[in-house]
Design a protein around this ligand. Structure first.
Ligand code: FAD
Length: 268
């Protein structure tokens, strides 16, 4: 395998335009290589590329690792970061790799959906911004062209005051999500609910959002209805990790729990 280490973004973009496979932390790509699912012959290593390692409240470079997001990221993304693999995985794995892989179970992805983030894609001819729902198009499928790199995640400058992430898996740590969820809530009650592992791409539970956003102090019955709507809206499948029925149930329970956390923080 030929590996090149570009000195800057320009060199990296020239390499991908020439057909080289991008490699960031390698925690997804090398697993696929080990399982014989991919055999890249020419690889461009992005690890030392300072151009995509920038970090600000409105922009997270694709090369930023989970270890940093865990400490400095927006609340719900930091919570998600803390659940990615083990410390070793978080020291190597990047948000850009998570976004480029676009697994339905990617723990970083519901946050992007919850806050309507955009993905910055760059090629030799310039950059373009795609909203999360334009970028993720299917299971491990995105609108990224082969001559483009994911260069950053772009966030609004007024993220919701309250935001919570949690995931359900078959054990407590080092686990791929059976369901993962982010709930955000603003002062005026506007609520978003985003979920992963329950559809081909990250998704929003729009009917549940609409119903709960007009409720300032939801009753027990309203919370139950909120959970029911989330369970109804998700579109999970049965696979080796879980069943459709369990995922539906867990999605409702998880979303309600996270909403209640937001409401408790609102009252505090
Ligand atoms: C033991 C283990 C546990 C894990 N646990 C979790 C978990 O709990 N939650 C979770 O979400 N994930 C988990 N993962 C998956 C993985 O760690 C994450 O998806 C991680 O964010 C991938 O980032 P990376 O930098 O390692 O990507 P890489 O493996 O380097 O790349 C992944 C893919 O993206 C492409 N790519 C990388 N960077 C770019 C870029 N800037 N532009 C375009 N394409 C690019 C590569 O060509 C490759 O196809 C786990 C993996 C392992 C091995």
């Amino acid at each position: 395998m030929e590996v090149i280490h570009p000195r800057n973004l320009e060199e990296a973009l020239a390499a991908v335009a020439d057909g080289m496979t991008p490699l960031a932390g390698g925690t997804d790509l090398m697993v696929e290589v080990n399982y014989g699912q991919k055999r890249p012959e020419r690889v461009v290593a992005l690890r030392r590329l300072a151009d995509i390692a920038d970090f600000s409240p409105t922009r997270i470079g694709a090369g930023v690792r989970w270890r940093r997001i865990e400490k400095e990221g927006p609340r719900a993304l930091a919570q998600a970061a803390r659940t990615v693999g083990s410390p070793q995985i978080r020291n190597a794995g990047t948000i850009g790799g998570n976004v480029a892989t676009a697994s339905p179970a990617g723990d970083g992805l519901p946050f992007l959906a919850a806050v309507d983030a955009s993905i910055e894609l760059t090629s030799g001819s310039g950059s373009r911004l795609l909203r999360w729902d334009e970028y993720f198009v299917g299971v491990k499928q995105t609108a990224r062209r082969s001559d483009e790199l994911v260069t950053a995640i772009v966030l609004a400058d007024d993220l919701p005051e309250r935001q919570e992430f949690a995931k359900v898996g078959v054990r407590n740590a080092m686990v791929i999500s059976t369901v993962c969820c982010v709930v955000t809530r603003r002062e005026d009650g506007a609520t978003t609910v985003a979920l992963g592992s329950v559809a081909p791409t990250p998704m929003r539970a729009r009917r549940a959002e609409e119903m709960i956003s007009s409720e300032r102090s939801p009753s027990e019955a309203t919370l139950a209805e909120f959970a029911r709507l989330v369970s109804e809206e998700v579109a999970p499948i049965t696979d080796h990790r879980s069943t459709e029925e369990y995922r539906r149930h867990a999605a409702g329970v998880l979303a309600r729990r996270l909403l209640e956390r937001c409401l408790r923080r609102e009252a505090a």
